[in-house]
Design a protein around this ligand. Structure first.
Ligand code: MF3
Ligand code: CO
Length: 266
């Protein structure tokens, strides 16, 4: 069942989503080679708690951390761990915050130090695919229009693999609500997009094959061929004409540019 949100509820989801954005911007400022992803997770958790919110992921189906941090060939749902980040890594950080009864959910992929032109392109195309999906997320459209735009751009035009096993989702009082929002599909198919629907759009794009496998930890999703994957996510609200993006990359991108260890020109 799809829960349509009132104006007041949308503002509360915006508050949670902007807290997620602030958390990711704080991460963007802190991240550097030699640091562990477990340390990033601790920073994010403390930041969320300091802002009178709870990390949405911790305890969700027994997920043990505040964030998902997925490095290189890890697509999503990576466990923060004691491995030190190093030059050439790409680090996808996915954060959720629960405040005033509502969740916000957003993710961003950072490139550390010298990353290859090939991987820079993967980041650029994946981020742009998110906005191409958002362009289709308008009142009167269909859920399939969003996935179709993402798939067309990433798979057909750029030869990447769109992960099929995981999808975007509605969100609100629950982290995952109806409808599912695949990053692939047919135009004109799926649920109708209507004003007041709040969804997370989150392309998970593999440089090589779309196929994935589950790590032994039961959570981490990895690319089958070991090639890297990128992941960007916004929480948005459907309106007439143009979606209202509730999360934001503005401060993340500022911090990314200011951080000497991160690539910002991709
Ligand atoms: N943003 C992720 C998603 O929507 C949330 C991770 S699931 C969790 O799939 F279990 F880690 F919380
Ligand atoms: Co999500």
């Amino acid at each position: 069942m799809i829960h349509y949100k009132s104006k007041e509820e949308i503002e509360l989801i915006r508050e949670s989503s902007l807290l997620v954005a602030d958390t990711l911007a704080m991460i963007a400022a802190a991240i550097k080679p030699g640091m562990t992803t477990l340390h990033l997770d601790a920073l994010a958790e403390q930041f969320i708690l300091d802002h009178k919110a709870l990390p949405s992921f911790k305890g969700y189906h027994d997920y043990p951390f505040a964030t998902c941090i997925s490095v290189n060939d890890a697509v999503v749902h990576g466990f923060p761990n004691k491995r030190e980040m190093k030059d050439g890594d790409i680090i996808s950080v996915d954060v959720g915050a629960f405040k005033n009864g509502f969740h916000g959910d957003s993710a961003y992929t950072f490139g550390i130090g010298n990353i290859s032109d090939e991987i820079k392109k993967l980041l650029r195309i994946t981020k742009e695919s998110l906005y191409r999906g958002i362009d289709k997320a308008v009142h009167g459209g269909r859920v399939g229009d969003i996935g179709n735009a993402i798939q067309q751009f990433t798979e057909k035009e750029n030869g990447y693999g769109v992960v099929r096993d995981l999808v975007g989702h509605g969100l609100g009082r629950n982290l995952h609500e109806d409808p599912q929002v695949p990053n692939y599909g047919k135009r004109g198919s799926g649920a109708k997009l209507k004003e007041g629907m709040v969804i997370a759009i989150e392309p998970m794009i593999n440089m090589g094959t779309k196929d994935i496998y589950h790590a032994e930890d039961g959570w981490t999703i990895l690319t089958q061929d070991g090639q890297p994957a990128a992941h960007y996510e916004h929480s948005i609200c459907i309106q007439k004409g143009k979606a209202d993006i509730l999360s934001s990359f503005v401060d993340i991108e500022k911090a990314e540019k200011a951080n000497q260890y991160l690539v910002a020109d991709y």
